[in-house]
Design a protein around this ligand. Sequence first.
Ligand code: ATP
Ligand code: MG
Length: 228
Amino acid sequence: MLDIDHLSFSRGQHKLLDTVSARLPAHQITALIGPNGVGKSTLIQLLTAELLPDSGSVISQAKHIAVLSQHNQLYEPLTVRELLQLSHATMDEELIETLQLTPLLDRSMFDLSGGQQQLAWLGFVLQQQPDLLILDEPTTFLDLHFQELFLKTLQRLQEKRQMTVLMVLHDLNQAFRYSHHIWLLRRTADLVSESAALMHNQIDLLSEAFETPLQLIKTPNQMIIQPK
Ligand SMILES: Nc1ncnc2c1ncn2[C@@H]1O[C@H](COP(=O)(O)OP(=O)(O)OP(=O)(O)O)[C@@H](O)[C@H]1O
Ligand SMILES: [Mg+2]
């Protein structure tokens, strides 16, 4: 679906990506994780050709890409309904109901809370029915209820539509719970690409990448990552 081939990119003197190669698994959810400022949003901009690499390339077979960036801005006071109609002429009533957007449809985006705006934006990208969906920190601004609601909806839609999803998440437990595959971007300007099941056990690798001693706690039903 999407291949990165020997990609290098620097901001000033700071090398963020050093000949990185990786494949984004098709029809799966991949979580892009890594510390603040490591270059996750920059990598997304390179994947969507918003930025051009210093060298290397991005090869995409996606027909329709939808992207939700970390900071979204509207310049006109659209209502939620108008925003959703912009992404798709016929509204997906089921999706809108699921995301609990119905009571917000006639409110102006400018008058909504940060979390409510984020939900509307998530409805906006999901309505586009992309085959490749890229989300930069989609759960930011959402409370726990809406984080779970959104991630479960995304998981269900991904399976139903067989979408390929790449999303930046900061909560490692969410990343492992809701994705099949992990891309870990490190300060050494490289990317570790591994199935979620394999990466989950690599607690030393994760501790080093986040410069925080982490421990894996195994309960009968799940494994939880916590700072030591
Ligand atoms: N427009 C820009 N111009 C110059 N430097 C930038 C620009 N945007 C980001 N940077 C720098 O590039 C580096 C990577 O930034 P980026 O936003 O990609 O990180 P990130 O991994 O997404 O971080 P976060 O988790 O905080 O969102 C940072 O050092 C940042 O200061
Ligand atoms: Mg970012």
